[in-house]
Design a protein. Structure first.
Length: 171
């Protein structure tokens, strides 16, 4: 008669503790990988048509579609390769990171706005920008930001558009 040997051994407390430490380190590394950049931050839309979903993944339904390339959005959270964004009207949803660009842009808010040649109220007028016009953010200092809208470069006051934080400096 042969003896039956079992390879089963109870897991020791030390092994359990080591598994817990490994799991925590793996989770911490995953979180750190998601957060290379600060959040919140402004970015822009890479494409003309972008599906905004109710959650971070293809399995979540499309909530609405954004149809404006270079429109600024604010990333408010991250999960893996998905970014939770807020648009200039306050709508929130999830998009894949590849649909976003690091290019900084602005959207004119309120009424017709005047681009100035220099960052002063009495500076000559360069152009006028209509509400909802999208432009490129070039730099900011103090209460003024240099922008380009449809080929016209000039200075706008920060309160005239959405896409930059109140005290953010852009060089």
């Amino acid at each position: 008669m042969s003896a039956v040997y079992s390879s089963y051994r109870p897991v020791s407390q030390a092994c359990r503790a080591a598994l817990v430490v490994v799991a925590i380190l793996a989770a911490t590394t995953a979180i750190a990988a998601e957060s290379k950049h600060r959040t919140p931050r402004f970015v822009s839309l890479r494409n003309n048509v972008i599906n905004v979903r109710t959650g971070p993944g293809q399995r979540y339904p499309v909530q609405w579609v954004l149809r404006r390339r270079f429109m600024p959005v604010e990333i408010v959270a991250e999960f893996d390769t998905w970014r939770k964004i807020r648009d200039w009207e306050g709508a929130i949803g999830w998009v894949h990171q590849r649909t976003l660009s690091g290019r900084r842009s602005i959207i004119v808010t309120g009424k017709l706005r005047t681009l100035k040649r220099k960052p002063r109220r009495d500076a000559p007028v360069v152009a006028r920008a209509e509400p909802k016009a999208v432009g490129r953010l070039l730099s900011c200092r103090g209460a003024w930001c240099r922008v380009e809208i449809q080929g016209h470069r000039g200075w706008l006051r920060r309160h005239a558009f959405w896409g930059v934080y109140p005290k953010e400096m852009i060089k």
